[in-house]
Design a binder for this molecule. Structure first.
Ligand SMILES: [Zn+2]
Length: 302
């Protein structure tokens, strides 16, 4: 019997046994009512996964998160390395943490999801997360909910729009490169828009994905000509909303690249401290950007 036939027979046998398993008689119906204490605990629970960082020191992690969240007590358990449950003392604490993210530990993104009493822990989807994204370069008269929503939908799934801040809360697919900007067409004229992300964790300056540094990039080796040299690449610190610098695409589009003074290259050095200190946003001082962050967000109230 050749290998292909053997595999097909094995697969057929597996399907037969799975069919038996899923037959109506084998399914156990559970009472969907919850005990009050379980319901309450579920409502106070968040699940969190450190994106691409499974081996965090637990004590350093939980102490840092308590301090960063400004919460005295949260019960934290390790489900598996890098995957945690958090039970808060109040719904307010839980909501504040959930809404004021994204949070990072040692620059590694902590993806948080609300507890659902009907979903097994291993089935939570940590592949997407929402970020506030500023959209720079829109003509003032074109800043309306529809246009901001349409532009932001090029980045991911739009959850909210704040016109005062010219931005949107967008759910990103974390396995995709960050979108750096887009071109709009207005009456036959094309304009470049820059995207800038609030509270971005560390990301790769080579491939644009969150979760690793360019020196560890498997997609585009750091030695690729041009990347490790003193030239602007497709990704850089200008993607962070806290950095007041336009992207190379913006500079090329608007003819500013040659007018810029020589800038000192900032090496992309991994953070060594175990403590994540929220960076104050320079946009926080501007009335037109305040509203992009959730009220009482730590980025504007560090
Ligand atoms: Zn990469």
């Amino acid at each position: 019997m050749d290998k292909t036939t053997e595999n097909q027979l094995h697969l057929a046998a597996l399907c037969r046994s799975m069919g038996d398993l899923w037959s109506e008689e084998e399914v156990t119906e559970l009472d969907d009512r919850l005990l009050e204490k379980d319901k309450q605990e579920s409502e106070l629970t968040l699940y969190g996964k450190l994106f691409s960082k499974p081996n965090a020191n637990f004590l350093a992690f939980i102490n840092t998160m308590r301090k960063t969240w400004k919460i005295d007590f949260v019960k934290c358990e390790v489900i598996e390395p890098g995957f945690f449950s958090f039970i808060f003392e109040s719904i307010e604490d839980k909501k504040r943490v959930l809404e004021n993210g994204p949070w990072s530990f040692s620059s590694h993104l902590l993806v948080l999801l609300e507890g659902d009493p009907d979903i097994p822990e291993h089935c939570y989807d940590f592949t997407h997360y929402a970020f506030w994204v500023h959209i720079l370069g829109l003509p003032r008269a074109r800043i309306n909910e529809e246009s901001v929503w349409n532009i932001a939908s090029k980045i991911g799934i739009v959850e909210d729009v704040k016109l005062e801040a010219r931005g949107a809360k967008v759910r990103l697919n974390l396995s995709c490169p960050l979108k750096t900007g887009t071109i709009i067409n207005l009456g036959g004229n094309k304009w470049w828009l820059d995207f800038k992300y609030e509270r971005l964790p560390h990301f790769c300056y080579s491939c644009g994905q969150i979760g690793h540094y360019a020196t560890y990039c498997s997609e585009i080796p750091y030695e690729t000509p041009g990347l490790a040299q003193d030239k602007p690449g497709k990704y850089g610190s200008w993607l962070e909303a806290e950095v007041r610098e336009s992207s190379p695409c913006w500079k090329i589009f608007y003819g500013q690249l040659d007018q810029q003074p020589e800038e000192e290259m900032v090496p992309e050095t991994p953070v060594t401290s175990s403590e994540e200190v929220p960076r104050p946003s320079p946009f926080a001082t501007e009335s037109n950007a305040l509203a992009i962050l959730p009220p009482a967000g730590p980025a504007i109230n560090p």
